[in-house]
Design a protein around this ligand. Structure first.
Ligand code: PNS
Length: 163
């Protein structure tokens, strides 16, 4: 079993992220979900709330055994990959826009440390889901329950209740 890193803001962790996680595990990988901490990025959920929602989801989906939830330390993703012994980074592609964003990062990670990026095409039924749109729809009073695992929905509601 090889270790791969699935990095992201996961703000919040969506059904699209869960599908990617499940598919990476089903390919035989041990998946480390590396949750990035970017204080300059305007987010809704703090790091601990995001990590807790992910862990609860993985537990509920019987994926906890094949996964780990870690904070992505400040610094290079490739350094984190080396530290955890990961063979590759896994990222999802919803569209050509995603590819345009991902391609330079994947090439840079290869250049810096020979770290491969494995792209999984997002399930077309989930390709409209992004964390930023989910946050926006939720903030404007829309229903996001069918785009999130229950723990992420709880975290979003809790954050809205205190803000
Ligand atoms: O879900 P996101 O917000 O698109 O995730 C972005 C992430 C965490 C994958 C990206 O910001 C990242 O790789 N950060 C690590 C910094 C780094 O290594 N940069 C230089 C090489 S691209």
């Amino acid at each position: 079993m090889s270790t791969v890193v699935l990095p992201g803001s996961f703000d919040p962790y969506t059904l699209g992220h869960l599908d990617l996680t499940r598919r990476a595990v089903s390919l035989g990988h041990h998946v480390i979900l590396a949750v990035s901490h970017n204080p300059s990025k305007k987010g809704t959920l703090d790091l601990e709330a995001r990590k807790t929602a992910i862990s609860r989801t993985l537990e509920a989906e019987s994926l906890a055994e094949d996964t780990e939830v870690r904070t992505l330390p400040r610094g290079l993703l490739v350094d984190f990959c080396r530290e955890v012994g990961a063979a590759a980074v896994v990222r999802g592609l919803r569209s050509q826009l995603d590819l345009a964003y991902e391609e330079p990062m994947a090439r840079m990670n290869d250049h810096l440390a020979g770290v491969e990026t494995v792209f999984l095409l997002t399930d077309s039924r989930l390709a409209h889901i992004s964390s930023s749109l989910v946050r926006e729809v939720h903030a404007l009073g829309g229903d996001v329950a069918d785009m999130l695992p229950a723990p992420s929905l709880d975290a979003l509601r809790d954050a809205a209740a205190v803000s």
